[in-house]
Write a protein that binds this ligand. Structure first.
Ligand SMILES: Cc1ncc(COP(=O)(O)O)c(C=O)c1O
Length: 368
């Protein structure tokens, strides 16, 4: 007889499952709308870049029966050329989410801990906890990662520090000096993961490029993704880069063949001539943020507008109620209660017309 009490580890029992959003068609039926503006997942509606779009459109069915390159061989060569590294310094994953799992598995055993912020991308915390590894969560300071708090939270069993730069959902960021001081203080005693999922959106002097620090800090691991700027979220592909010694360890716990051929090819194509596409997307994001800031002034709503293709807005009603009211107008935003920011929403930036729809819907719903 099935005895789950005996089979399931206590930390798995304790873990509360995250329920992803239902499919758009289902939501449209539930909320009786014929269109949905997806402002909930920080997707890039302008993409993918044309070179990647051509690959997606032309993927030959004859390649479907054939396994992909098990270690994204060609893509790693391209990444190596682009960043001036060795291909062996890269690992490609089924989204950067898979890489979070690989790094935690590689360095953490029972009783070890990781440290991150209390209000950041939740997957670091989730993967640790469902793997039986305690996550020590450091409160944000002025909406940003607190470097001193992160250093103080570590104990002798802390293996990995996760830093999200810029932070999702607050958009705050560490400048090069702050990051360097942090890495100097860690002094190679722990792995530092620098999640740069939104790196390509940032155009700020003083914003660090983790790739440039890898030679100096062999305990640093940089995460990037093709889901955000490059608009390939559906294909699930991201990568990490680190020192050869560290990547050699992570490779041991990383599932081979987890990244499909189409994703590998589209990602390679996305990098071919990404300058104009990135410039267009950044212009859309800058205009969209201006629009949202004006709305927040008009409606007197506090707004946390940092880097990345999203902003947070404090709303005078329950965020979950606002979600339902906006959904009834075909606008899907992210409630922030689950991110430990009750009373806030996060809105992804899209084209001007879509921002107008969002602003109109907010006015209708919030104005007395
Ligand atoms: C900070 C951060 N890291 C990683 C990811 C996951 O990206 P991927 O789609 O590559 O798994 C996200 C996605 O929302 C994110 O916001």
């Amino acid at each position: 007889m099935l005895n789950l009490e005996r089979l399931v580890p206590a930390h798995v029992w304790r873990f509360e499952v995250y329920t992803p959003s239902r499919p758009d068609q289902e939501l449209m039926r539930l909320f009786r709308v014929d269109h949905l503006h997806r402002l909930n997942n920080n997707e890039n509606p302008l993409g993918p870049p044309p070179e990647a779009a051509r690959i997606v459109q032309g993927f030959p069915p004859r390649l479907a029966p054939i396994y992909p390159s098990g270690d994204a061989y060609a893509l790693r060569q391209i990444l190596a050329g682009r960043f001036g590294k060795s291909p062996d310094q890269f690992l490609v994953g089924n989204g950067s989410c898979e890489l979070i799992t690989s790094v935690i598995k590689a360095f953490c055993a029972e009783g070890d801990t990781i440290v991150t912020a209390d209000r950041t991308f939740a997957v670091y915390e989730w993967v640790a906890e469902f793997s039986g590894i305690a996550a020590r969560l450091v409160p944000l300071m002025d909406f940003g990662f607190d470097p001193k708090g992160m250093l103080a939270a570590g104990d002798e069993r802390t293996k990995i520090l996760f830093v999200c730069n810029p932070n999702n959902p607050t958009g705050t960021w560490w400048d090069t000096g702050t990051l360097r001081r942090f890495l100097d203080a860690v002094n190679g005693r722990r792995i530092v993961v620098l999640d740069e999922a939104y790196f390509e959106y940032v155009d700020q002097p003083g914003f660090p490029n983790g790739m440039d620090l890898l030679d100096e800090y062999p305990n640093l691991v940089v995460f990037r993704t093709f889901s955000k700027m490059y608009a390939l979220a559906a294909l699930r592909i991201g990568y990490l880069c680190g020192s050869p010694a560290v990547v050699d360890i992570v490779r041991r716990t990383h599932v081979v063949y987890s990244v499909n051929s189409l994703a590998q090819q589209a990602a390679a194509a996305a990098l071919e001539n990404d300058g104009p596409f990135i410039a267009r997307t950044r212009a859309m994001v800058a205009a969209g943020k201006d629009r949202i800031k004006a709305l927040c002034t008009e409606l007197n709503l506090p707004c946390q507008c940092g880097e990345g293709n999203f902003v947070m807005i404090r709303v005078p009603v329950a965020d979950t109620l606002l979600y339902r009211k906006l959904m009834a107008k075909g606008v899907m935003i992210r409630t922030m209660t689950g991110f430990r920011f009750p009373g806030w929403i996060r809105v992804s930036i899209a084209q001007e017309e879509v921002m107008e729809v969002f602003c109109g819907a907010m006015r209708d719903v919030l104005r007395p």
